[in-house]
Design a protein around this ligand. Sequence first.
Ligand code: URP
Ligand code: ZN
Ligand code: ZN
Ligand code: ZN
Length: 518
Amino acid sequence: MAAPAPVKKVPIHLQSAQNRLYIKRGHVVNHDSMQQADVYIEDGVIKYVGSGADFVVPGGCRQIDATGKMIIPGGIDPHTHFQLEFGGAVSVDDFYRGTKAAVAGGTTTILDFVLPNKGQSLLEAYDEWRQRADPKVVCDYGLHVGITWWSKSVSDEMKILCEERGVNSFKVFMAYKGTYMLTDNELYEVFERCKELGAVAQVHAENGDLIAKNVQKLLASGVTGPEGHELSRTEEIEAEATNRACVIAHQAKCPLYVVHVMSKSAGIEVARARRRYNGVGIFGETLAAALGTDGRNYTHKCWHHAAAHVLSPPLRPDPETPEFLMKLLAQDDLQTTGSDNCTFNKEQKELGKNDFSKIPNGVNGVEDRMSVVWEKGVQTGLIDPQRFVAITSTNAAKIFNLYPRKGCIVAGSDADIVIWDPKATRTISAKTHHQAVDFNIFEGLTCHGVPEFVIVHGRVCLENETFRVAEGQGHFLETPTHPPYVYDSLNGFNNHTDENGARNGLRSLDLNQKSHDI
Ligand code: URP
Ligand code: ZN
Ligand code: ZN
Ligand code: ZN
């Protein structure tokens, strides 16, 4: 018999240092509490949160002093598109660079979108995304699936995705005529199916028919530059579709999550729908891009600068938009902040050099989202640190049924933790960011709020700007259907019959908006 292979001995103190971590004297901020506390982590899980008085720190355990810092749940970015083929180009941040940049900025979970081609099996597309992502991700990730065409087989596959593949959310498009756009009738059927399955329906709300008309008109009149992008899909194009989507979802008795709310007008439609339906059933997400910059960039004298800001729905030229959207987040008219990170380099954007409608859509944000939201929200006094945690992490965890495993710092949760220095500042630049893309839409913005340590599943991955990440160290997250936060209080939504609701809601919506905004 062959001699057994020699056992490789790992010194005890090294084992402990790897698996155990004690963070002391920080301010633990959850969405509903803030306390001075210590946090003990073992094997990737939070084991203890408390004063430390009654806790015996195991010997050999690494200790981090967080005095003067906040200990917050790692960010959850509910909206990314890594290595997505879109408009004839593949987005340059792949699942490695994208998740690495996420971690650099304090985000420890991302949710990406499987977008099947027209006619393609949803399961096949899902497998492709898993094959792309699993070997590369450095943080945990989940998948939404786009319903980009509609048939009985798509409906059947939605069930399989929910029951056997860990998917609990589906996005429909009212825009991108000829590729992803569905009709109102199809929207209704998808929403009905989502309701049956206990899944979260998501919508990209822009009127795709009107956009197609406007694009034709603008090009015919000689408007070919990036400014045409916003002109072809103005606020009312977004607001009309937002209201229509909310009505269709309500008719189908299905809760709805409106992704990337980019304008005051669309934000007001989400707020009105929430009031009309008694505060349940409708959820809204806005983007770091919408909070940190604006649509005046589309008329920038440099074509590349302007084109780098092209995403859909567009940024708005009204410079009051970012503050308005932050106020909607502050008063729970919107619930989450995503990045919609979908990055294309200069030469890829040039596909639309002579025709703005051919500029690949998308911007950066996965790395800077946390700092931008802190700067524009907490630093300005519009929100407090607890609301910051809610809109960058907890609410996404609740809506997509990852809570309390993700989105909070309590015993039993995954040790996805950021030690956040609220006083430190950093200035954003494409020269120093970790993303693959050659442009940063927040260039030159100085943000308070810097992640000092980022701990992913108990591993210290970022420590004073030094990375220790391994490709593929993240895991796929199965998201169960019927998230209680979305589905448990739907009575008022389903039984609602009060036609005055919209008017009543409007009266209590006080954001100092000018009348023409409504
Ligand atoms: O411009 C954008 N948003 N690109 C990504 C696709 C989408 O609609 O989310
Ligand atoms: Zn979209
Ligand atoms: Zn330039
Ligand atoms: Zn998107």
